[in-house]
Write a protein that binds this ligand. Sequence first.
Ligand SMILES: NC(=O)c1ccc[n+]([C@@H]2O[C@H](COP(=O)([O-])OP(=O)(O)OC[C@H]3O[C@@H](n4cnc5c(N)ncnc54)[C@H](OP(=O)(O)O)[C@@H]3O)[C@@H](O)[C@H]2O)c1
Length: 336
Amino acid sequence: MTRPDTARQIHLASRPDGWPEQENFRFTEVPLPEPEDGEVLVRNHFMSVDPYMRGRMNDVKSYVPPFRLDEPLEGGAVGEVVASRSDRHKIGDMVLHNAGWRDWTVLPGKAARVVDTAAAPASAYLGALGLTGLTAYAGLTKVAGFREGDVVFVSGAAGAVGSLVGQIAKALGASRVIGSAGSAEKVAKLLDYGFDAAFNYHDGPVHRQLRDAAPDGIDVYFDNVGGDHLEAAIGAMNRGGRIALCGAISQYNETEPSPAPRNLALAIGKELTLRGFIVRSYNQYAAEFAELMGRWLQEGAVRFEETVVTGLDNAPQAFIDLMRGANTGKMLVDLR
Ligand SMILES: NC(=O)c1ccc[n+]([C@@H]2O[C@H](COP(=O)([O-])OP(=O)(O)OC[C@H]3O[C@@H](n4cnc5c(N)ncnc54)[C@H](OP(=O)(O)O)[C@@H]3O)[C@@H](O)[C@H]2O)c1
């Protein structure tokens, strides 16, 4: 592999106000240095676009610092080691790291984790076998305290995290799994994955569709969406029900706060638990998760899908389209 003299990167040109647009991103070309002692030169193969990146584009204090203007964006990526001055890496290793949004990069060896491409394709480490999968597993089992026999509802169910949540719940013995998603094709996909019921949230009020899909109520709600989905779930929860607050994508591009949920007081009489979480606080379960997920994938109990957009040039659009539901499963950009 011949290395270029320059690398292409995508910078944050301006902070989005509401929905992100192409002009919020800027392409730049920078010199590609030689790796120094302890560093590796990496040619990226795939990068991830994720909803949480929208929050980092705002200049607000959060659990991760905001992206800085006129600096390269960051995010999960997998790439091939092309030159190495790290004793932990050899040429040809595939590594997982956080320097996405660029085609080539030089990284400290300690920031590049070698992944096993004999076990799964490299891209899977950005999705089902990576933080996406851990989010689904830890959110369901550790945050919501899933128990065998629970009725589980998951929103954003055809997305990267949601599609895994539903399948993991089935694999662990849920009595019924219900998913919501934004199109008829996605609903069909959920039924194919083994969900017991699924609905398109554009077809009518969520609370009504959820009541029809879960006539006996729900015990666990895995929330990827917030707003009216959360309100509907609170309404449908059984006594002692548990809600894992994973994301609120319906609100990420809104400029006004969401009025829903308006029924939070129901949590008192129903003795509900609503618990937010950030996946990195559950890293201690990564090994347990990797073993289980490896087995489920091998047995076919869990399947995963990727929506792959080609080329760094199309990465900003992939990110924008992700939030409009263009993806089924994990949204990735192929940088090769
Ligand atoms: N807490 C954590 O540590 C953590 C970690 C990872 C992800 N998350 C959160 O988990 C959620 C899912 O993330 P992901 O990476 O798996 O993304 P994803 O679900 O693969 O992609 C986002 C999906 O959101 C749906 N969506 C967009 N606007 C919506 C709306 N107004 N109402 C309902 N659905 C809407 C779209 O599907 P439709 O076609 O169905 O609308 C879209 O495909 C996000 O909220 C994310 O922020 C949290």
